[in-house]
Ligand binder design. Structure first.
Ligand code: SAM
Length: 305
C-alpha cells in the first residue's frame, strides 16, 4: 500500500507537470478529501498507508485536476467567510475577495439597525444579493446577522437569472439552516419588490468577453454567465446601476464588486444618475480596487456611517 507521503509526491509531480501553480497544496487537499480527513492530518502523517479505495479516488481526482478542473469542484466544497459551501458547475466558486462585500454590507446594516431607535412596527430593512450564485454572500451575511441577533429586523432576498445557481444557493441555505430567512427569486437583476431595497449587494459578471478565453483553464469549468461582462466587462453592472433610482430606497446603499480597473468607469455611471449619489471605491486585501459603495445621499442620514 502506498503511503500518504508517496501519494503526495507523485500527485504533486503530476500536477506540476500539468501546469498547476499550487500543485503541492492541490495534492494535499485532494488526498485529504479522498481519505476523508483534514489536510492538517495528511501533513502530520506522511508515513501512514492509504487504503486502495482512497488511493483510487485520489488518483481519479488528480486526473481531473490535471485536466484543469478546479479543486473546489472536485472536492465539492469551498470555504467562504469562514463557512463551508457546496460548490459545483451550476455556479461560480466564491472568491475570497468577495468577503469584502459581505463585511461592508454587515457594517452598513449594523449602522442602520443601531444608529436610531426602531419603534415596534418599523418595517424590516430590505436586502438583496443580486446574482447570488452559490448563495455564499447572502448566506454568510445572514449567518453574521443571526449571530448578532439582528436577523428578525432584516428581510433578505437572493436572486439570480440562473435557476440552476439558485437551486444550489437554496441547498446551501438549507445546509446552514437559514433557508427560512432568505427568499430565493429567479430574476433578471433586481427582483420585483413591494418597497425599494435598502441595501443591494451584487457580485455580477465583470470580465470583458474577450478576456474570458485567456483566463486559466479552471475558469472554463465555471458558468460563462457568471463571468462574462460583455465587451467592456460592465454590461450587466451598467444595467444594474441604471435600475438603482427606482430600485434603491432614498437612503439606500449598493455594494457592487468590480474589476481592479473599473472604479473610474463605475464612478462615471453613478455621476449620470438623477438625484444625489455618492460613490466610494474600496480595496481588497491585496490593495486593488474591488468594491464600489454607492449611496443615495440624504446628507443627515449618511453621517457616521
Ligand atoms: C460572478 S458570479 C457571482 C456569484 C456569487 N455572487 C459569488 O460571489 O460567488 C455572477 C452571478 O450573476 C448571475 N447573473 C449574471 N447575469 C445576471 C442577470 N442579468 N441577472 C441576475 N443574475 C445574473 C450569474 O448567474 C452568476 O451567478
Amino acid at each position: 500500500m502506498a503511503t500518504i507521503g508517496e501519494l503526495l509526491s507523485s500527485g504533486t509531480a503530476r500536477l506540476r507537470a500539468s501546469g498547476s501553480e499550487s500543485s503541492r497544496l492541490d495534492a494535499e487537499l485532494l488526498l485529504g478529501w479522498a481519505v476523508g480527513v483534514e489536510r492538517t492530518t495528511i501533513l502530520a502523517h506522511p508515513e501512514a498507508p492509504v487504503g486502495p479505495d482512497a488511493a483510487r479516488t485520489y488518483e481519479g481526482a488528480v486526473a481531473r485536476r490535471e485536466a484543469g478542473e478546479p479543486v473546489a469542484y472536485i472536492r465539492g466544497v469551498k470555504e467562504f467567510h469562514g463557512v463551508a459551501f457546496s460548490v459545483d458547475p451550476r455556479a461560480l466558486i466564491p472568491r475570497p475577495e468577495t468577503e469584502l462585500m459581505v463585511d461592508e454590507a454587515e457594517r452598513d446594516l449594523a449602522w442602520r439597525l443601531t444608529s436610531a431607535p426602531r419603534p415596534a412596527g418599523t418595517p424590516a430593512v430590505r436586502v438583496v444579493d443580486v446574482g447570488t450564485g452559490s448563495g455564499a454572500a447572502a448566506i454568510a451575511l445572514t449567518l453574521r446577522l443571526r449571530e448578532r441577533r439582528m436577523l428578525p429586523e432584516v428581510a433578505i432576498v437572493a436572486s439570480d437569472c440562473s435557476p440552476d445557481a439558485l437551486d444550489l444557493a437554496r441547498e446551501n441555505a438549507v445546509g446552514h439552516a437559514v433557508a427560512d430567512a432568505i427568499s430565493f427569486v429567479v430574476a433578471d437583476l433586481l427582483p420585483p419588490s413591494e418597497r425599494p431595497f435598502d441595501v443591494v449587494l451584487a457580485n455580477l459578471p465583470y470580465i470583458p468577453s474577450a478576456e474570458i478565453d485567456r483566463l486559466p483553464i479552471a475558469a472554463s469549468f465555471e458558468p460563462r454567465v457568471a463571468l462574462d461582462g460583455g465587451p467592456d466587462g460592465l454590461a450587466v453592472v451598467r444595467r444594474l446601476i441604471a435600475l438603482l433610482p427606482s430600485g434603491l430606497a432614498q437612503d439606500g446603499s449598493a455594494y457592487l464588486e468590480i474589476g481592479f480597473d473599473q472604479g473610474r468607469a463605475v464612478e462615471a455611471l453613478v455621476a449620470e444618475l438623477p438625484g444625489t449619489w455618492s460613490c466610494a471605491i474600496k480595496q481588497d486585501l491585496s490593495g486593488r480596487d474591488r468594491l464600489t459603495e454607492i449611496v443615495r445621499s440624504i446628507p443627515s442620514l449618511s453621517k457616521g456611517r
